[in-house]
Write a protein that binds this ligand. Structure first.
Ligand code: 6PG
Length: 505
């Protein structure tokens, strides 16, 4: 029998996507260089589906994979970003892939690589891209999918993607859970939408990850403020986060932070919080870095996202930090009263909330500026919608962003949307108080404070760049414009002369 979909790469994400496809009634021809992974996937599918019908078949080669499929062939790749994608594409060409066949790259490829690849392989097959977010569980029970590329390919992929993606209850904006193998959800709004031409989907996924970095760092800074500022235990912090998770901060990342903080292990006969056993050195695979690089290249400020990347790099400098910690002094700290502690926690909540708004504002601004440069037509409310479930940054908060872009599809910034204006104005004083007291405790909160600087810069009618332009003109004759003259007219002062004459250029 001919299968509906070919699948290459049966790592954790790949295997779970295959099982998800099978749950939804698709037959899959699966290939991996590691034969064991093929066997495991087939066994797991048989065991989990409890059906007689075989939905996953293993293939021994790329050529066999292609002959096992209905024509035109649809092949999904779940391989690491970078060179492996090209390696597989070459193997498919050698295996006999045809120009009308579709290959979907689901990895976290660099979006510019995707643009290049689409061109490179256009005579061999149609390269489509669709990044996947949601980790292992998302892949298995419904991820958020960000497809882009050929619109023809999308017409073929759409029903499959809508079936396997996460679903949202349109009324509440909350995820509809599907937790058991074999179970499917065929109602609600699917977390997938056509993003745009080649590269657009990978750009949007990259920004998703940049926001993910910022979201995680913001939560981690709140954790450090509570751990080191208020000397709270992991359990006590979990209690606070659990409360926060009932309000506007309700999110997957907050929820998993509570689980991480609560988990305990017995070490040397003593029950220990696992978080206290983990070394404070963060890893990263590059998508946050790419987002920060894009923001610098586009000239779109994304300080909270960039700061989140720096914070990971700072954490990795463990040995020099340990050395410096014995040399550099911090402030003397007085123990806070119970009343002061309660105020601190409340202010910290608002700092987290406002910083989160700024991080998302930066991410959406980045997509807006990229679309201008690339000539894409991104639909920001649809993007916010498909992030409400399935993906790592899923949160009730994304319903408010969806609504903001529904009100005003060409919204200049989230920071000028009436709802967010009201929220920020209401909480800004607490945000400031939190950062003031945290800085007096000597605790670094780069993401929280760079968000505040972003907010204060946005609300600055006049920034100090007038002096900066003066400095540039002084040493490099870089010229400046005047507030009292027509925009675009350039002026220069002969700074080195006694008369310091101003010239119009
Ligand atoms: C997701 C995740 C996923 C992955 C990233 C983050 O959306 O499901 O973002 O793509 O976890 O690669 O990885 P790092 O933290 O290692 O950069």
């Amino acid at each position: 029998t001919e299968c509906d979909i070919g699948f290459v790469g049966l790592g954790v994400m790949g295997k779970n996507l295959v099982l998800n496809l099978a749950d939804n009634g698709y037959t899959v021809a699966a290939f991996d260089l590691d034969n064991e992974k093929i066997k495991t996937t087939i066994i797991q599918e048989k065991y989990e589906s409890k059906q007689d019908k075989v939905r996953v078949v293993g293939c021994a080669s790329y050529a066999e994979l292609l002959t096992s499929l209905k024509s035109p062939h649809l092949i999904v790749l779940s391989v690491p970003a970078g060179y492996p994608v090209d390696q597989v594409c070459e193997c498919l060409i050698n295996g006999g892939i045809e120009p009308c066949d579709i290959v979907i790259d689901t990895g976290n490829s660099l979006w510019t690589d995707t643009v290049e690849r689409e061109k490179k392989y256009k005579d061999n097959f149609i390269l489509f891209s669709s990044a996947v977010s949601g980790g292992e569980v998302g892949a298995r029970f419904g991820p958020s999918l960000m497809p882009s590329g050929s619109e023809y390919a999308w017409t073929r992929i759409k029903p499959i993607w809508e079936a396997i993606s996460a679903k949202v209850d349109p009324e509440t904006g909350k995820p509809i859970n599907r937790n058991h193998p074999g179970e499917i959800v065929n109602y609600g709004e699917p977390c997938t939408t056509y993003i745009g031409p080649a590269g657009a989907g990978h750009f949007v996924k990259m920004v998703h990850n940049g926001i993910e970095y910022a979201d995680m760092q913001i939560i981690c800074e709140a954790y450090q403020a509570l751990r080191d500022g208020l000397q709270l235990s992991a359990d006590e912090i979990a209690n606070i986060f659990e409360q926060w998770n009932k309000g506007p901060l309700e999110s997957y990342l907050m929820e998993i932070s509570v689980d991480v903080l609560r988990h305990k292990l017995t070490v040397n006969g003593k029950l220990t919080s696992v978080v206290d056993l983990i070394i404070d050195k963060a890893g990263q695979k590059g998508t946050g870095l790419w987002t920060a690089i894009s923001s610098l290249e586009l000239g779109t400020p994304a300080p909270t996202i960039a700061q989140a990347v720096y914070a990971r790099s700072m954490s990795a400098m463990k040995s020099v930090r340990v050395k410096a910690s014995s040399l550099l002094t911090g402030p003397d700290v007085n123990e806070l009263t119970e009343q002061e502690k309660a105020v601190f926690i409340e202010n910290l909540h608002d700092a987290v909330y406002c910083s989160k708004i700024c991080a998302y504002a930066q991410g959406f601004q980045l997509m807006k500026d990229a679309q201008k440069e690339q000539g894409w037509q991104l639909n920001f409310s649809s993007i916010a919608k498909i992030w409400r479930a399935g993906c790592i940054i899923r949160a009730v908060f994304l319903q408010s962003i969806t609504q903001a872009f529904e009100r005003e599809p060409t919204l200049e910034s989230l920071l000028v949307d009436p709802y967010f204006v009201e929220q920020l104005n209401k909480h800004q004083l607490n945000w400031r108080s939190a950062i003031a007291s945290i800085s007096l405790l000597g605790i670094p909160v780069g993401a929280l404070s760079s968000s505040l600087a972003y907010f204060d810069s946005m609300r600055s009618n006049v920034l100090p760049a007038n002096l900066l332009q003066g400095q540039r003109d002084y040493f490099g004759a870089h010229t400046f414009e005047r507030v009292d003259q027509v925009q675009g007219k350039k002026y220069h002062i002969e700074w080195a002369t006694a008369k310091k004459e101003m010239k119009e250029l």
